[in-house]
Design a protein around this ligand. Structure first.
Ligand code: SF4
Length: 906
C-alpha cells in the first residue's frame, strides 16, 4: 500500500542491560527527536536524534536535561477520592457515576473536559470522541486555547483549513526571516539555531525582529523594530499598502489563486494617510519601518515566523491574517523558503488540533458549521448522541464552572489554577464545583488542591503514542519505562471511564495503535482531493489526511519514522509543503484575503499603571513541575522577576535587584526588579512559570484580564495593565535546607539544589536575633549555631541533625548585601568539623570570592563574571574562542545569544 520507510525493529543493545530508545522531547512545539539510553527502568542519558528532521541531532538545555527530571519523588502513585487512596475501579466508578448522574439531571452541557497540548494524540482522540460523540457535548477545550487558537482560526479563514503550509527546512532556505511576536532564542532554541546557522553560511540572509521587547532574539537581528505592543496588525497592513504602492504585488498569483484582495487593500489603506502614519501607529522610526518593508518586498524567499506575541491578543486572529495577507499578495507561500509560519508553544498542540481537541472543532479538521461534516463524523463513530454545536472556550468554560452551569469537570495534564487568566476566579470556580477530577503525574500542583478525584497519569518515558510538531511532523513517543505505582496512560484512564458510562464497544482499545488506526481512518473517511478522479459526490476535502496509516501494524507504529502529513495514497511518504499548487481548502479552492481593521489591545493602562507582558524564560517549562526539579535549570533565572525600564524604575521608586509588587484583579505578584534597556518605557515583562509551589506570590496569570479574541476565545496574555510599587522589605536573606519547608515570610522563592533546596527570603516584618524563626520549621534540629555580625549587620544561623548540616540561614537589614551561598550549599548533609563551622558563620557567603555572577551557560555552569573576565583578558574574541576556553555555548547553544551580547559590549 505505501512506501513508508520504517526504522529498525529493535533498538541496538549497548551493554547487557542498556537499550537505546527513540522518542521525542515533551516540551516545546519544535518537537525534537531524542535517543534515550535506558538502564534498569531508568533513562540514564539523552542525546538528540540525528535522523529526526526537527532537530538533526541537537537538543536545547531543557531537552538535554530530561533524564534528570525522572524519579519517583513527587509522583502520584495511586488514585485518590477525597484525599483517600482507592483502587482504580473505585476511582473510575466514582467519576463515571458522577458524570452520568449530572448528565441525567442537567444535560450533557453540564459537564466538561479541559485537556492539554501535553497529551499525546491518542489520549486527545479518545477524550474528544467520548465528549463530542458519546456524551453529546462539545465542552471539551484545551490549554492550546491559550496558545494557538488564534493562529488556527486565521489559517482556517485564509486557507479554508487549519494548515501550516511550510516546514522547518524553509527556515534554512529563506533569504529573509521576519520574526514577529516570538523569542525563539529562548522559547524554540533549536529552530532558532537553524536560522542562525543558515545566516552564518550565507551572511546575505537577513533576520528582522519585530517585538516591543529587546529579547535575546532581537539582539541577534540584522534589523530590530521595537514596535508599540499590540500594533502588529498596523505593521502588516502598512506592509500590504507599501507592497501595492511599490508595485511589488504578485498580481498573477493573486488573480489565479486568491480572492478578496481589493477590499483587503482598501481596508488596510483606510487607516493610514500614508506610510509615515504606519510608523506613528507602530511607534517606530519611519526609516526603520521602510528598511524592513524593503527587505520583505525585494526578497523572493521570505518566512514570517510568529508565535505568542501575535497569538495571545484580543485581535490575534486578525493579526495572523494580516501576516498571511502579505504572503498571499506576494506569492510567498507554498514555495521553498516562503511561508507564514506559526510555531506552536506545546509539543502536541497540532496533534490536538488534528483530533479536534478544541471546543470549536468537531474532529479530524471537520467542524460544526456544516451539518454534512457532523453527519460524516457521526456515521464514522456510530455515535448515538453527537454534539451539534460548538462548546465553551477555556475562559467561558471556567466562568461556567464558576456560575454553576458546569457541575463536573475533568482536567487532564494541565494546571489551570496557574495558567488561566484571572486565575483566582479559576480557584474559586473549582472550589465550588461539585466534582473536579484531575489526571496528573506530580503532587503539589496548584490545581490538585481543588480535586475531588485524583487519577495518577504516566508521563514522558512511560507514555506510548504519537505527537505532531509545528511543521506537521508526526513522531511516535516511545514507552521506555514502567510507570511508577499505579499510574496509567491517559487513554487507558479515559477508556475505563467510557466503559463505565456504557460505551464499551466504541472504546474497545487495547493499545494506542488501535486508537491511532481509527484516527487515521477518520481523517481519510469520505475525503478526496477536488481533482481526484475517483472523488465521490459527497466527499468533503480535508488536507489533513493520514489514511495511509489506517492499517499500520503494531510494530510499524512502534518504529514509525517522523513524517509530515498528509500521508495518504497519493502521498505515502508525507508532504513537505502544502498549497504548492495554489489549490486551497476553500470551496472554490482560492485562498481568502481577509480585510482587517487593525486595533490596539482592549484595555489600555491608566496613568498609575504599566503594561505587563508575560512569557517564557530560557530554561523553564510551563509550571516547572519537571524543569523545576533540575538544579542546573534553576541557575540561569532562579526566581520570579520583573524586567523594567530605568525610566519606570525611577518613576515608581524601584531599585535594581530589590523586590516589587504588581497588582491587578485583586491579585499580587512579587518579583525581583531587573532594570534593563530591553523594555520600552511603560512596559514590563514577567515570566509565566512560578506558582504557589515555587514562590510566595508569583502566579502571574492571576493578574491577566480575561479579555479574549472574539473570534476564537484566546486570552490577551501579552497586554495586562497592572500597578507596580516597591515591596518595602526590612530584611532579606536566604535559607539552605535539606528538606522543603513552608516559609512563613511574605516573600520566598524556592530553588532546587543538587541536594536540597535554597529559599530566597524577604519580609516586611522585623526579624528577631535568635533561632526562634527557624525552630518551628525544623523541630528535629538538635544543635543550633547563631551568630549576629553587628559590623556587617548579618544574622547567621546553622542547624545540625546528628552533627550534619541540615539548614543554614543568613539575613541582613542591608538589602544591598549580596550573598553567595555556593560553598555552603556544598556542605549540606555533611558532618562539619569546627573549622568549617567557623567558616560558615564568619561570612564566607558575603566575601565575594566565590561569586561567578549570574549563570549564563547552564550546561557547564559558567557564570557571567567568568565570561566577562575571559573577554576582558583579550583571549576570547568570539563565541568559538569562549567555547574553547570555558566550554560555554558548546553543548545546547541556548546561551549563545547572551555570549554574543557580552562580546558586543566589550
Ligand atoms: Fe525540547 Fe528544546 Fe527541542 Fe523544544 S527546542 S523540543 S524544548 S529540546
Amino acid at each position: 500500500m505505501t512506501n513508508i520507510i520504517f526504522t529498525d525493529k529493535q533498538a541496538p543493545a549497548l551493554i547487557s542491560n542498556q537499550t537505546i530508545s527513540k522518542t521525542n522531547c515533551p516540551y516545546c512545539g519544535v518537537g525534537c527527536g531524542i535517543e534515550a539510553t535506558v538502564e534498569n527502568n531508568k533513562v540514564i542519558a539523552v542525546k538528540g536524534n540525528a535522523l529526526h528532521p526537527a532537530n538533526l541531532g541537537r537538543l536545547c538545555v531543557k531537552g538535554s536535561s530530561l533524564h534528570e527530571t525522572q524519579g519517583i519523588e513527587n509522583r502520584i502513585l495511586s488514585p485518590r477520592v477525597n484525599g483517600e487512596n482507592v483502587s482504580w475501579d473505585e476511582a473510575t466508578s466514582k467519576v463515571a457515576k458522577h458524570f452520568q448522574d449530572t448528565i441525567a439531571q442537567y444535560g450533557p452541557d453540564s459537564v466538561a473536559f479541559y485537556l492539554s497540548g501535553q497529551l499525546l494524540t491518542e489520549d486527545y482522540y479518545v477524550a474528544n470522541k467520548l465528549m463530542k460523540g458519546f456524551i453529546g457535548s462539545a465542552n471539551v477545550d484545551t490549554n492550546s486555547r491559550l496558545c494557538m487558537a488564534t493562529a488556527s482560526t486565521a489559517h482556517k479563514r485564509a486557507f479554508g483549513e487549519d494548515v501550516v503550509a511550510g516546514c522547518y527546512d524553509d527556515l534554512s532556505a529563506a533569504e529573509a526571516i521576519f520574526i514577529i511576536g516570538a523569542n525563539p532564542a529562548y522559547a524554540h532554541p533549536i529552530v532558532y539555531q537553524r536560522m542562525i546557522k543558515a545566516r552564518e553560511e550565507n551572511p546575505t540572509r537577513k533576520i528582522v525582529v519585530i517585538d516591543p521587547r529587546k529579547t535575546a532574539t532581537a539582539k541577534d537581528a540584522d534589523l530590530y523594530l521595537a514596535i508599540k505592543p499590540g500594533s502588529d496588525a498596523y505593521y502588516y497592513n502598512g506592509l500590504l499598502m507599501y507592497l501595492a504602492e511599490q508595485g511589488k504585488l504578485d498580481k498573477d498569483y493573486i488573480a489565479e489563486h486568491c480572492q478578496g484582495f481589493e477590499q483587503t487593500l482598501q481596508t488596510a489603506k483606510s487607516q493610514f494617510v500614508d506610510i509615515s502614519a504606519v510608523a506613528v501607529a507602530c511607534d517606530i522610526e519611519l526609516s526603520l519601518l521602510l528598511e524592513s518593508y524593503q527587505i520583505f518586498a525585494q526578497t523572493d524567499k521570505v518566512v514570517t515566523f510568529f508565535s505568542q506575541g501575535i497569538n495571545q491578543s484580543s485581535t490575534g486572529v486578525d493579526k495572523g491574517n494580516t501576516i498571511i495577507n502579505c504572503h498571499l499578495a506576494t506569492g510567498k507561500i507554498g514555495r521553498e523558503g516562503a511561508a507564514a509560519f506559526s510555531i506552536t508553544g506545546q509539543p502536541n498542540a497540532m496533534g490536538g488540533r488534528e483530533v479536534g481537541g478544541l471546543s470549536t472543532q468537531l474532529a479530524a479538521h471537520l467542524h460544526f458549521e456544516n451539518p454534512n461534516e457532523i453527519d460524516l463524523v457521526k456515521r464514522f463513530w456510530q455515535s448515538p448522541n453527537i454534539a451539534s454545536k460548538q462548546g465553551l472556550k477555556a475562559v467561558d468554560l471556567f466562568d461556567a464552572v464558576d456560575s454553576g452551569q458546569i457541575k463536573a469537570i475533568w482536567i487532564m495534564a494541565t494546571n489551570p489554577v496557574v495558567s488561566m487568566p484571572n486565575a483566582n476566579l479559576v480557584k474559586r470556580a473549582l472550589k465550588k464545583c461539585p466534582m473536579v477530577v484531575v489526571s496528573e503525574c506530580y503532587e503539589n500542583t496548584d490545581t490538585l488542591d481543588y480535586a475531588d478525584v485524583i487519577l495518577p497519569a504516566s508521563t514522558w518515558g512511560e507514555k506510548h503514542g504519537s505527537v505532531t510538531n509545528s511543521d506537521r511532523t508526526i513522531s511516535v513517543h516511545k514507552s521506555m519505562l514502567k510507570a511508577p505505582g499505579e499510574a496509567k496512560n491517559d487513554w487507558q484512564i479515559i477508556t475505563d471511564v467510557a466503559h463505565k458510562l456504557g460505551f464499551k464497544e466504541a472504546f474497545n482499545y487495547q493499545h494506542p495503535v488501535d486508537i491511532f488506526r481509527e484516527h487515521a481512518a477518520l481523517s481519510g473517511f469520505e475525503n478526496s482531493h477536488p481533482y481526484d478522479e475517483n472523488r465521490a459526490k459527497n466527499d468533503i476535502y480535508r488536507v489533513f489526511d493520514i489514511s495511509a496509516l489506517a492499517n499500520i501494524s503494531a510494530s510499524d507504529y512502534e518504529n514509525f519514522l517522523p513524517t509530515k502529513w498528509p500521508i495518504n495514497a497519493a502521498n505515502p511518504n508525507g508532504v513537505k509543503r502544502i498549497f504548492t499548487d495554489g489549490v486551497f481548502a476553500t470551496k472554490n479552492e482560492k485562498a481568502n484575503f481577509v480585510p482587517i481593521i487593525a486595533q490596539l489591545p482592549k484595555i489600555l493602562p491608566a496613568s498609575h499603571q504599566v503594561v505587563m507582558n508575560s512569557g517564557r524564560i530560557r530554561d523553564q517549562w510551563h509550571t516547572m513541575n519537571r524543569t523545576g526539579r533540575v538544579a542546573k535549570l534553576m541557575t540561569h533565572s532562579n526566581e520570579p522577576y520583573i524586567a523594567v525600564n530605568a525610566n519606570d524604575a525611577q518613576r515608581f521608586q524601584l531599585a535594581d535587584k530589590q523586590l516589587a509588587v504588581l497588582a491587578n484583579l485583586g491579585a499580587e505578584y512579587i518579583g525581583r526588579v531587573n532594570i534593563t534597556d530591553e523594555q520600552r518605557t511603560g512596559e514590563i515583562f514577567v515570566p509565566i512559570h512560578w506558582n504557589d509551589n515555587f514562590s510566595a506570590s508569583a502566579r502571574v496569570s492571576a493578574l491577566v484580564n480575561p479579555i479574549t479574541d472574539e473570534l476564537c476565545g484566546q486570552p490577551e496574555f501579552k497586554h495586562s495593565p497592572v500597578s507596580i510599587k516597591p515591596f518595602n522589605a526590612v530584611w532579606s536573606g536566604y535559607l539552605i535546607s535539606a528538606q522543603t519547608v513552608n516559609c512563613p515570610t511574605s516573600y520566598w522563592s524556592k530553588i532546587q539544589l543538587e541536594q536540597g533546596h535554597k529559599y530566597l527570603l524577604s519580609d516586611k516584618q522585623e526579624l528577631g536575633n535568635d533561632e526562634t524563626f527557624l525552630a518551628n520549621l525544623y523541630p528535629k534540629i538538635d544543635d543550633w549555631l547563631v551568630l549576629k555580625d553587628d559590623q556587617k549587620n548579618v544574622l547567621r544561623i546553622a542547624g545540625f541533625i546528628d552533627n550534619q548540616l541540615h539548614c543554614f540561614f543568613a539575613a541582613s537589614t542591608d538589602l544591598s548585601l549580596k550573598f553567595n551561598s555556593r560553598y555552603i550549599e556544598g556542605q549540606l548533609h555533611k558532618a562539619l568539623p569546627i573549622k568549617t563551622r567557623f567558616e560558615l558563620m564568619s561570612g564566607i557567603d558575603s566575601d565575594g570570592k566565590d561569586d561567578v555572577g549570574d549563570m549564563i551557560c547552564s550546561c557547564f555552569q559558567v557564570g557571567e563574571k567568568t565570561i566577562q573576565e575571559a573577554i576582558k583578558s583579550g583571549h576570547c574574541k568570539s563565541v568559538t574562542s569562549l567555547g574553547e576556553k570555558l566550554k560555554c555555548g558548546t553543548n545546547c547553544g541556548s546561551c549563545i545569544p547572551e555570549l554574543k551580547t557580552f562580546l558586543l559590549k566589550n
